[in-house]
Design a protein around this ligand. Structure first.
Ligand SMILES: Nc1ncnc2c1ncn2[C@@H]1O[C@H](COP(=O)(O)OP(=O)(O)OP(=O)(O)O)[C@@H](O)[C@H]1O
Ligand SMILES: [Mg+2]
Length: 253
C-alpha cells in the first residue's frame, strides 16, 4: 500500500492562476523524501494540501490508501518558521500535540522528558523559547513534530533559517534521529540540493510552474551516510543533474 498518493490534484489560490495542475505522484513505502524547487513554486502549498489546511479544487490525496478527507491527525508538521508559542515554556510547547489527543498528564511528562533527553536538551524544559538559540529552537520544534506520533512527518525547510555550520550539524543530527524511526516517512522541503541529497532516499524535483509533475531522482546511498560521500563523482553528477533541472525550469527564482 502506498504511504502517500496524489491523484490528479489541482489547486489555485482564489483569484490566481493554478499553482498545482493535475499533479499525480506516490510515495510507495516508508522513506525520506525531499521536495526541491525554486522559491515560490508551490512547495509549501503541497504540504498544506496534505494537511488539509487548503482545499484542492479537484483530485484526491490518499494516506495509506485512505482519502485524507476521511482522516484526522495523520501527519506531523514542522512549519517553515519554528512557531513555538513564545508565552509557553518548552515543556508546555512540547505538550501541545499530546494535549490535542487528551493524553494523560503522567504519560505526557514522561514522553517530554524522554524526547528532551534524546535531543540533548534535558535542561531546557522550564525555559522560554527566547532563551534558546536558533538551533535549539529547531530541535524543540523537531521534537514537537515527533511527539505527534505520526508515521508521516512533514518538514518545511526545517534548517533554512540557520547559519551554514549549524545547518550542517543539524542535517547530520536530523538524519541520525530519523533513522531511529524506520517505519516513518519524512518529507523535507528544501532549496538546497546538497541538503536534499544528504537527507533523502528519493528527491522529487519541481521543474516547472504550475506544478504538473515531480521528477523523481533516487539517491544511491545507504542511510549510514557521511558527508564526505557527497564528494564522490556519482554524487557530484547527481547534484549537477538536479541543478540543471532546476535551472531549466520555468520557475521564478
Ligand atoms: N494565501 C495565498 N494567496 C495567494 N497566493 C499565495 C498564497 N500563498 C502563497 N501564494 C502564492 O502561491 C505560490 C506558491 O507559494 P508557496 O508558499 O507554496 O511556495 P514555496 O515553493 O513554498 O516558496 P518558498 O520556497 O519561498 O517557501 C507563490 O507564488 C505564492 O506567492
Ligand atoms: Mg515555502
Amino acid at each position: 500500500m502506498n504511504i502517500l498518493e496524489f491523484e490528479d490534484v489541482s489547486f489555485s489560490y482564489e483569484g490566481y492562476g493554478p499553482t498545482i495542475q493535475n499533479l499525480s505522484f506516490t510515495i510507495d513505502k516508508p522513506k525520506f523524501v525531499s521536495i526541491i524547487g525554486a522559491s515560490g513554486c508551490g512547495k509549501s502549498t503541497i504540504f498544506k494540501l496534505i494537511l488539509s489546511l487548503l482545499n484542492m479544487q479537484s483530485g484526491n490525496i490518499f494516506y495509506k490508501g485512505k482519502n485524507i478527507n476521511t482522516l484526522r491527525s495523520y501527519a506531523g508538521y514542522m512549519p517553515q518558521k519554528d512557531l513555538l508559542f513564545p508565552w509557553k515554556n518548552i515543556k508546555n510547547n512540547l505538550s501541545i500535540p499530546m494535549d490535542i489527543k487528551n493524553i494523560p498528564k503522567k504519560e505526557k511528562e514522561q514522553k517530554i522528558s524522554s524526547i528532551l533527553e534524546d535531543i540533548g536538551l534535558s535542561d531546557v524544559a522550564e525555559k522560554m523559547p527566547y532563551e534558546l538559540s536558533g538551533g535549539m529552537r529547531q530541535r524543540i520544534s523537531f521534537a514537537r513534530t515527533i511527539l505527534t506520533d505520526s508515521d508521516l512527518l512533514l518538514f518545511d525547510e526545517p534548517l533554512s533559517a540557520l547559519d551554514y555550520i549549524t545547518r550542517l550539524q543539524m542535517q547530520s543530527w536530523l538524519l541520525d534521529r530519523l533513522n531511529k524511526f524506520s517505519d516513518k516517512t519524512a518529507i523535507f522541503i528544501t532549496h538546497d540540493v546538497e541538503e536534499a541529497i544528504f537527507l533523502s532516499d528519493t528527491i522529487l524535483v519541481v521543474k516547472d510552474v504550475p506544478i504538473k509533475e515531480l521528477i523523481r531522482v533516487d539517491v544511491p546511498l545507504s542511510r549510514n551516510r557521511t558527508r564526505d560521500m557527497l564528494d564522490k563523482t556519482e554524487m557530484i553528477n547527481l547534484k549537477n543533474n538536479i541543478l540543471s533541472m532546476l535551472k531549466n525550469g520555468g520557475s521564478n527564482e
